[in-house]
Design a protein around this ligand. Structure first.
Ligand code: PEP
Ligand code: MN
Length: 337
């Protein structure tokens, strides 16, 4: 249920409504717009909307029929803008994240980050705990990987994003990471999502291999309902009958999500295609379609990568792509940082 406050409703009016619905067993989420304040009442309890309408300062009470509420544009009309290390995602800003699939060594991260920071990238990616299909594949360096990621990022004044796999890793990630990534395979790890609702760092949640948009938004809702409002979504391709590409990158995610949700939607063309030569065209297409950010795999020596080398760009290729993206952005009224 959404409670739309009157223009000019006082702080006291807002606090009174919040107190009222909390006493009735709901969680209150407040969204302060430039003109009006909206209070989201989330909970299972039944309440007569007229009891709320009668409170001072209340303009209207709306029942939301979508399953996701806090993620919806009805709750918050304006785009959520997430800022990390001076890079913004959403609200006309396109943020860029780049780096290898996995942290493999200090030298690999240092060389890759050096090249990326020269180009202007300010957020470095790198997995330390890898969700691999085979138990015999490289599983990541674990905490040592996070340490390397942090050390290198600090050296080049970059922020870091890395994938978290389970609840027990949260304290470790709090120490090293600026953005928590929830991978496609964990998109419906509801216990993990619930816990990530209690942290106060941005969460980048990737669309599951077979997840609908609504399921992705419901996953975001888990995090939002815990009180963490910094959620970014990511389209990374879904599984279809096509075999040429690793996944089918569903760029319709961008306009579909942006219509119904205020959350930034990023695109990962690396996992979306699985092939290096397809990454630049699909990045340009994602930007042209209006994405709020891109996460791209780049490795200093892709042919030696322990994971996802075939879809990783050479730093030089990334640099060329970044120049192209900077040319496209102003045409569609976007700012790329
Ligand atoms: C990754 O970003 O390296 C990764 C494993 O992505 P996804 O969860 O989209 O497969
Ligand atoms: Mn990868």
């Amino acid at each position: 249920m959404l409670i739309i406050m009157k223009r000019g409703a006082s702080e006291k009016n807002i606090e009174d409504v919040k107190g009222f619905i909390e006493r009735k067993g709901f969680n209150a989420h407040i969204s302060k717009g430039e003109i009006q304040t909206v209070i989201g009442a989330v909970g299972e309890k039944v309440i007569d909307p007229r009891d709320i309408e009668l409170l001072e300062g209340v303009s209207e009470v709306i029942k939301i029929t979508t399953n996701y509420k806090l993620a919806s544009r009805i709750f918050q009309e304006k785009d959520t803008i997430i800022e990390v290390n001076g890079v913004k995602f959403g609200g006309g800003n396109v943020g860029t994240i780049a780096g290898p699939c996995s942290v493999e060594s200090f030298e690999q991260m240092d060389e890759t980050a050096k090249q990326l920071s020269k180009v202007g990238v300010k957020i470095l990616r790198g997995g330390a705990f890898k969700p691999r299909t085979s138990p015999y594949s490289f599983q990541g360096l674990g905490e040592d990987g996070l340490k390397i990621l942090r050390k290198v990022a600090d050296k080049y004044k970059m922020a870091v994003v890395s994938e978290i796999m389970e609840i027990s890793q949260i304290p470790l990630f709090e120490k090293y990471v600026d953005i928590f990534q929830v991978g496609a395979r964990n998109m419906q790890n509801f216990n993990l999502l619930k816990e990530l609702g209690f942290i106060r760092k941005p969460v980048l949640i990737k669309r599951g291999l077979a997840a609908t948009f609504e399921e992705l938004l419901m996953a975001a809702e888990y995090i939002l309902s815990g009180g963490n409002s910094q959620v970014m979504l990511c389209e990374r391709g879904i599984r279809t009958f096509e075999k040429v590409t690793r996944n089918t990158l569903d760029l319709s995610a961008i306009p579909v999500i942006q219509k119904v949700s205020h959350l930034p939607i990023l695109v990962d063309p690396s996992h979306g295609t699985g092939l290096r030569d397809k990454v630049a065209p699909m990045s340009r297409a994602a930007l042209a379609a209006g994405c709020d950010g891109l996460i791209i795999e780049v490795h200093n020596k892709p042919e030696c990568a322990l994971c996802d080398g075939a879809q990783s760009l050479y730093p030089q290729q990334f640099s060329q792509l970044y120049k192209e993206l900077k040319k496209i952005a102003p045409i569609i009224n976007k700012k790329i940082i």
